[in-house]
Ligand binder design. Sequence first.
Ligand code: PEP
Ligand code: MG
Length: 872
Amino acid sequence: DKNIHFFSQIDVIPKKIDPELLGIRGRQANEFAELGFPILPGFIIDSQLAADLDETDIKKDIKQMLDKCAGIVGKSYGDPENPMLVKIVISSNLAVSNYPTLHNFGLVKPTIPGFAKWVGKTFAANEVLFLVRGMLKIEEQIMEFKGLTAERKKILDQLKALGKEISSDRPSKDAEAIMDRYAPFLPSGYFDSADGQLMLTLKEISKLLSMDDQNDRDTALMIQPMVYGNYGKDSCSGNFFSRNVVTGEKKLQGEFYREKFNEIGATGQGIEKIGPNHLKELQRIAWTLEDRFKEIRQVRFTVENGKLWLIEQRLVDQKSTQADIRLLLDLAKRKIVDNAYVVKAIEPLRLNEILHPIIDTPSIKGLKNWSGGIAGAPGAAIGRAYFTTDGLLEARKLAMQKGEDDRFILVMPSTFAEDVKAIEVSTGVLSCEGGFSAHASVVARQYGKVSLVAPAMSIKGKKATLGNISFSEGDYITINVPYYGESTVYLGTAKLIEPNPSESGLLEFIGITKSFIKEFHVRANAESPKDALLALSFGAEGIGLCRTEHMFFGAERINVFREMILSNSPQERKKALDKLRPMQRNDFYGIFKAMAGKEVTIRLMDAPLHEFLPHNNDELTAFIKYLEKSKKTKVAKADIVAAIDSLEEFNPMLGHRGCRIAVSYPEIYAMQVQAIFEAVYKLKSEKVDVRPEIMVPIVMNSSELKLIAYGKKIEGTSYTGIVDVEEKLRAEKKAKAVPYQIGTMIELPAAALGAGDIAKYGQFFSFGTNDLTQTTLGISRDDFTGFMPDYTLFDLIIGNPFSTLDPRVKELIALAVERGRLTRPDLVCGLCGEHGANPGNVRFCMDAGLNYVSCSSYSVPIALLAVAQAEL
Ligand code: PEP
Ligand code: MG
């Protein structure tokens, strides 16, 4: 019949046969044949014929095909001495198939003794059960399609009960008794002859396929001989990945089982122990497959009586990004693929995985632990457990003010919208309700946090119990949610291994990625020399945003800063600023030095002042103590409290922040500018190539920028601008001028609309899309996550506008770039809000004519990859 196709190590199904007709498994088998691999021979009844076997006489074809198989495997179908058995693979074009795979046809009363001679009676009896179980499933499915009358329902229930009975059957030695037990439920004469059994089976399956509307005549039947890893000496079976699916090391990863099948419970041996000859052949096969398909594959095989047979190959979906990257680098090195292929093959967000820390295994030794749960978001996290969002946020605030680098894990039965702000600042979430799609897991994945759902956990008050471990609020725990395998919660802190970009292949991958970057660049948001170095190692091409107010966090600095903002007079303020200046200068020095030869944008201070004030009594006391020491006099608490209260604002995000503070207190920016140039001149004297850019935040109109950049003299007073500070310092230091730029953030719709004017005074724009989104949509960036789920539910907004650029915001950006460049054609434009980290925004940024995006160091590789892919 023209719809039946034979394949083997030397027979390939002709190219003219539409591969769709073979189904996925059929195609994969044929791929092996094409490669000349020792595939089990077999034949495929293609999808045009498979559902019509009732009307077609294929007995002769089947016989002929079985004989061909027999000739290759050295056993023959129906032979009572050494019977060849066959399996039937129902091969559809769907990745997930509803149908069972059926094994052991040819096991009938006349062949049982012969088969048992080779494999033993118990095994033979079990193989009969295996056959019956598959067939009962088919009968069940047929029954379901027939539509259930009361009578059919009875039969169906009976079939289901039989299925359960089989699954729980003890090993028995009596194959014939098993046949007698189940024969009444199978087509009549089922165990009489091997030929009869196969035809009856094929017809039953064909009937099922013809009834299944969903199948839509899209399913083929593949018949192959069975081989057994316990059949004669030098027999085994096993499976392996073509390389390590976690590390990507080019070494087969898998196991094999001698004398046994790889059943649950059986312990296998590492595939490397299979013996040099088989191993060499398996390696050749694995790596040929990789070269051919350019991906990691999994292979199942059996060695029967010393002869190796490949059973099947699979795509591997449980593999790490690192494994894929190392495979691609390896293929590129051997010129199997070119660099463009490498860059296109990895989805940018997958890099997140390679950038996560993992547990350093020796460090968990001795830690009490509990294992289990459902992986919500992979990774490893350490933190202090907090059982409420408010509790966690409060603890974090305290830690930040003390300059402690604490980490937190939110532990709750389940989380809701109002908990997002805690998840956002935690390293992970441990919850007990739901699973992969629970709120906690979904949000954790969105924010790149670790999430574990442990239904076994009980929380009572401020204490959680998980099996035989328990922990209280504030205790450190470590959670490990690996990509594969079981998750674990440890009491205490383990060590994390920070990602190792050189070992993981990431650095090499970034290098290749960068070779495709042309005009459009990626910078990093970084606030310390350490951040800057990390950013650099991840491929950052400059710093697009250094938030200088973040440099004032920390136990030592925060009180000096408080002293500065609570000063009563310019003189007092100057004293405090003089203490802050060296701190900033040293940081700037480190950052500029790390970024030698690259642009570094320093943003002058932008924060509502009250954010920095003491928030509770302990902090207040500590601050007063500091003040008394600094001023060497007693300080009245009431005065300080009054001063703090006077800074309270109703709407701080729209209040006295950014350049507005500088308008009131020019000495703050003057101090910062001085610190910048002190660092610049020093580095210049050390022959370091410094490229400073000074950026003014929250600018609303050109007059603000003009004042802050260039100063102003009015009757009786004057305002010292950035250029004035620089000129004065340069004269004092007798330093040589270093080119620098002054620019502004565009974070208000008014600034975007007025970009033409603003560009007269700014040499560059950087779009602060966090604030620009907040002020364009009129939605608070800090409170939106609370009601976002409702907005998403009713499709009022697509995606999170604080991650995916809103169309109106895009319009403002495009318009501002255009207006700005009409005034200043060489205006450099970038984007430094969180949106820069989302690969989905990159194309727009390129099309809108921006020059770069700037994002957190960890997102730099992701953005670089998105840019490179857009360039290709
Ligand atoms: C912004 O508003 O997008 C921005 C980068 O500034 P910040 O987040 O510091 O307000
Ligand atoms: Mg901003």
